[in-house]
Ligand binder design. Structure first.
Ligand SMILES: Cc1cc2nc3c(=O)[nH]c(=O)nc-3n(C[C@H](O)[C@H](O)[C@H](O)COP(=O)(O)OP(=O)(O)OC[C@H]3O[C@@H](n4cnc5c(N)ncnc54)[C@H](O)[C@@H]3O)c2cc1C
Length: 248
């Protein structure tokens, strides 16, 4: 039923992609029920309360933690804190409950002109984006439960080892790659990844990571060509990030 709803909404959105944003929003509102809202989570009673019901009836008298932004980091933080018995956590989000389209990786691009995106722009800079009306690149920033993950492409790429080590060298003990690696491993379940550097990858964590199951013949042609050009086939979340690989 969910898949059917997402497919119908995707088809309608694609056909009407060029209609004005406010109408598109009306359409999405109709098909999926967007609500401008705020989320409230407590470990005793996990609830989502929308804006029109805010403040919620069951508001605790106080919170131990207030987290602003139900983003990938904010949501995980709220979830982990709520594992401690008795702690009360308030998770606030400026946007609403995302439409089912947010779960279809390539369809998310249709959400860019909607209220799921803050619609921010980069500052105009000489020599860049001259073709843009405002001379500044559009810079996507997700707004809603899930933050950027509701408009991103779900590609799983860790930061670069050298960057983390640089953070540490700049005077931040505990932020080196070797310190963070156990947490990277703990969060993922890379059980469906065909080629992986086991020392770097985790099993049994809450975040499933897998090879993209769909590939066209062009993918193999591209990978063969890259290998002939000297690039190794790598696990880009492993020891070596530079090389070629199908997406994870
Ligand atoms: C177009 C696009 C594609 C991307 N593709 C990928 C990808 O394929 N793979 C990948 O790993 N990463 C990708 N990213 C990056 C990834 O989405 C971000 O790194 C990630 O979302 C950052 O998470 P965050 O926790 O820092 O917060 P954000 O995702 O930035 O979320 C912040 C949240 O806080 C809310 N908020 C802000 N101010 C307030 C306020 N005052 N009150 C209440 N709520 C507020 C916002 O509405 C938002 O929901 C992509 C990003 C974009 C924009």
């Amino acid at each position: 039923m969910f898949l059917l709803r997402a497919l119908i909404a995707a088809a309608i959105t694609t056909i009407l992609y060029h209609i004005p944003v406010r109408d598109l929003r009306q359409l999405l509102k109709f098909t999926t029920g967007i609500i401008d809202g705020a989320a409230v989570i407590s470990n005793l009673d996990s609830t989502y309360e929308s804006h029109d019901k805010f403040p919620p009836k069951k508001t605790p008298e106080h919170f131990d933690f207030v987290i602003v932004g139900a983003s990938p980091s904010g949501s995980v933080l709220a979830n982990r804190l709520s594992e401690i018995n008795g702690w009360k956590i308030l998770l606030l989000e400026a946007g609403g409950d995302p439409t089912g389209l947010a779960e279809v990786p390539l369809v998310v691009a249709t959400l860019y002109p909607t209220t799921y995106n803050w619609g921010t722009h980069a500052e105009p800079q000489p020599g860049f984006c001259s073709g843009c009306l405002d001379k500044g690149a559009r810079y996507g920033h997700g707004k809603g439960l899930g933050g950027g993950s509701i408009i991103n492409f779900m590609i799983f790429v860790r930061g670069n080892e050298g960057d983390y080590n640089k953070w540490e060298e700049m005077g931040n003990p505990g932020w080196g790659y070797r310190d963070l690696l156990p947490y990277f491993r703990k969060l993922e379940d890379a059980s469906n990844v065909t080629l992986k550097d086991s020392e770097y990858r985790g099993r049994g964590g809450p975040l499933g990571v897998s090879d993209v199951p769909f590939r066209t013949k062009l993918t193999d042609v591209y990978i063969n060509a890259a290998q002939q050009a000297g690039f190794s086939y790598v696990d880009y979340n492993g020891k070596q990030q530079i090389g070629v690989r199908t997406l994870l």
